[in-house]
Design a protein around this ligand. Structure first.
Ligand SMILES: [Zn+2]
Length: 263
C-alpha cells in the first residue's frame, strides 16, 4: 500500500456501458507509481469516510493505492462552498440514478451517454458485430442524432442512413444487417440484450422458463410488467427487472423492441 498527498484540481465523471457513473478526481501533482506509470486522476469509488464525498476542487487529499483500488481521504478542506459530489440524476439524460453497493447507475435505455456501447452490446447478443463500413455508418447515424436507442436502428430508412459519406448501397447493406436479426432471436438473447443491471443468466433462465410455460413469445415480454404475475412467482428474483422497468423509458423501449421483432 502506497500513500500520496495531492491536490484535487477538477471533478468529472466516468461513464460505463452499464450506466455506471463514477466521480473522477483530477489531481496535481500526478502520482508516479512506477517508471512510466503516472496516475493523473482517480475514479472515486472508495472514500475512507462517507462524509468525504463532499470533496471539492482545491482540497488536499491523501490517496492510498492498493493494486487497482484507490482509498481517498480529505486532509485539508480548502473551499467552503461544497456539496456531495455523488450524483442523484444522470448528468446526460437527467433520469434518477440508482445507488447500489457504493456505485450509482443510470438504468435508462435511452441514455445518450451509453448509446453507442449499448447498441454494440445489444446487437452482439443477436450475433452482430459492427465492423468496417457498418461501424462507420453506425457512428454516422448516431452523430446525426437519428437514433436514441438500439431499437431506432430498425426504423431507419435507406434515405436517412445514406449521406455525403454513406453510399446508398452501403446504407442498404447496413439496413440488411440490422433487419437480419429479426425473427431469429431467442427469449434468452432478448433479455441479455436489454443489459439489465444485476440480471444474471440464472435469473434470465428462470424468467424464460416461466414464459415458456405460459406460452409467451418475445411479443409478450411487456406482459412481464404485470406486478400480479410477478407476485404469483416469488421463486424468481424479480428485483433487477423491477428496477429496470421502473423507468418509463425502459418500459417503452421493451414494448418497441419486442414489437419490432414481429413487424
Ligand atoms: Zn443517463
Amino acid at each position: 500500500m502506497n500513500n500520496f498527498d495531492v491536490m484535487v484540481t477538477d471533478i468529472s465523471y466516468l461513464y460505463s456501458n452499464d450506466g455506471n457513473v463514477i466521480p473522477y478526481l483530477r489531481i496535481s501533482p500526478f502520482i508516479n507509481c512506477s517508471e512510466n506509470n503516472f496516475i493523473t486522476g482517480i475514479p472515486l469509488t472508495l472514500m475512507e469516510n462517507e462524509s468525504d464525498f463532499d470533496v471539492a476542487p482545491g482540497d488536499r487529499v491523501s490517496v492510498s493505492i492498493n493494486g487497482i483500488k484507490f482509498l481517498v481521504k480529505i486532509t485539508d478542506r480548502i473551499v467552503t462552498d461544497r456539496s456531495d459530489i455523488r450524483i442523484i440524476t444522470c448528468p446526460i439524460c437527467h433520469q434518477p440514478m440508482v445507488f447500489e453497493n457504493g456505485f450509482s447507475y443510470c438504468h435508462n435505455c435511452d441514455c445518450r451517454a451509453q448509446l453507442e456501447t449499448h447498441i454494440h452490446s445489444t446487437f452482439r447478443e443477436y450475433g452482430v458485430e459492427f465492423v468496417g463500413n457498418n461501424l462507420r455508418i453506425l457512428v454516422s447515424v448516431i452523430s446525426r442524432l437519428l437514433v436514441r436507442s438500439p431499437v431506432d436502428l430498425f426504423w431507419l430508412t435507406t434515405e436517412q442512413i445514406s449521406s455525403e459519406d454513406v453510399s446508398v448501397d452501403d446504407a442498404r447493406f447496413f439496413q440488411q444487417t440490422i433487419h437480419a436479426v429479426r425473427g431469429n432471436i431467442t427469449l434468452f438473447q432478448f433479455f441479455r440484450s436489454l443489459n439489465v443491471h444485476g440480471m444474471t443468466d440464472e435469473i434470465i433462465n428462470s424468467i424464460v422458463a416461466l414464459m415458456n410455460s405460459l406460452n409467451f413469445s418475445i411479443l409478450d415480454v411487456p406482459k412481464l410488467m404485470d406486478v400480479e404475475l410477478m407476485n404469483s412467482h416469488p421463486e424468481i428474483n424479480w428485483y433487477p427487472w423491477l428496477q429496470f422497468i421502473s423507468y418509463e423509458n425502459n418500459r417503452i423501449y421493451i414494448s418497441r423492441l419486442s414489437g419490432v421483432m414481429y413487424i
